[in-house]
Design a protein around this ligand. Structure first.
Ligand SMILES: [Fe+2]
Ligand SMILES: [Fe+2]
Length: 336
């Protein structure tokens, strides 16, 4: 998963532009700008403006945290999956998300912030993660909806990041996007199985889950373009390639057709095809809810963070054992 609002900065951050310090730095800046304009990729060892580094560190680490926190709502259903096949698929999917988190932490570390610093920022609530994972998974159909809608939205968001100007992030995203496609399909197939073979009560369970997940998923693309002032800088730097509203529109247009195949209704009475625009119009998004969840006051924010803090504390012995083992290996390696 799961960028969203990853370019959402604190209100004072946009004006936080450091003045250039020297002619040498101005020359480096000019060379960097020319490389970006030419569509070059920037590697970890290359010179980059401090704000480019900071913006990427924040975005990639928020993305990594989202993958890790994103394991929690679905992990909740591993022990209650309805069949062995569904359990095996869900286990593999949740493990994929852990892997995505690890690729992304590694990409963020190339920018000079340690894994421990990134982890502490999450555990102390300083760093954000995608708002979507602060919603509960109340039924088995919620797991299918996360695959179909949430991973589907993630793909829309993440495919353009495969062309991000920062090469380590772009490389991580190419691998991640391949796996996200599998996630989206397994979610859709799981829901389709219920909708074509299930009882009336099971079909109603799917519809109820769609009703819960639709609007939070639409919000995943972040605030509207006219309220996303930092997007312009990210676009200039080649970190962001497509605007929030354009991505949201692409997602909605694709989801309408998929909902028709599934036989579910999307909970937006204003959703209709606009022939003049060649796209679907949609109802008003509740941005007050979005900002409330981002601010830490969604349905599960406290529960999610507490689960991560517990995992960190309960894993202390694993880190200590791994460190002790690694220290023992070093002298042997040197002797060999
Ligand atoms: Fe993922
Ligand atoms: Fe995923």
């Amino acid at each position: 998963m799961y960028t969203q609002a990853m370019d959402t900065l604190p209100p004072d951050a946009a004006s936080n532009v450091a003045p250039l310090r020297s002619a040498e730095e101005a020359a480096l800046q000019a060379r960097f700008d020319a490389r970006i304009d030419a569509g070059d990729f920037i590697e970890a060892k290359d010179w980059m403006p401090e704000n480019y580094r900071k913006t990427l560190t924040r975005q990639i680490s928020q993305h990594a945290h989202s993958e890790i926190v994103g394991m929690l709502p679905e992990g909740n259903w591993i022990s209650r999956a309805p069949t062995l096949k569904r359990k095996a698929i869900l286990l593999a999917k949740v493990q994929d998300e852990a892997g995505h988190g690890l690729y992304l932490y590694a990409a963020a570390e190339t920018l000079g912030t340690s894994r421990d610093q990134l982890t502490q920022a999450l555990l102390t609530g300083k760093a954000k993660y995608s708002s979507i994972f602060n919603y509960p998974t109340l039924s088995w159909a919620d797991v299918g909806c996360i695959g179909w809608l949430v991973d589907g939205a993630a793909i829309m968001n993440q495919v353009p990041i495969c062309r991000c100007s920062y090469a380590p992030y772009a490389r991580a995203m190419i691998r991640i996007c391949r796996e996200e496609s599998f996630h989206q399909r397994q979610g859709f197939e799981s829901l389709l199985t219920i909708m074509t073979q299930g009882t009336a009560a099971q079909k109603a369970m799917v519809q109820a889950a769609v009703n819960r997940w639709w609007w939070p998923t639409v919000m995943m693309f972040g605030p509207p373009d006219d309220q996303s002032p930092n997007s312009a800088q990210s676009m200039r730097w080649g970190i962001k390639r497509v605007s929030n509203d354009e991505l949201r529109q692409k997602f909605i247009d694709a989801a309408v057709e998929q909902a028709r195949v599934l036989g579910v209704t999307l909970p937006d009475p204003d959703l209709q095809w606009n022939a003049a625009r060649g796209a679907h119009d949609h109802g008003t998004i509740n941005w007050a809810e979005f900002w409330q969840v981002i601010a830490g006051d969604g349905p599960c924010n406290r529960e999610r963070l507490a689960a991560r803090v517990d995992a960190w504390e309960e894993g202390a012995w694993v880190r200590e054992a791994a460190l002790a083992y690694a220290q023992k290996q070093v002298p042997e390696a040197l002797a060999a």
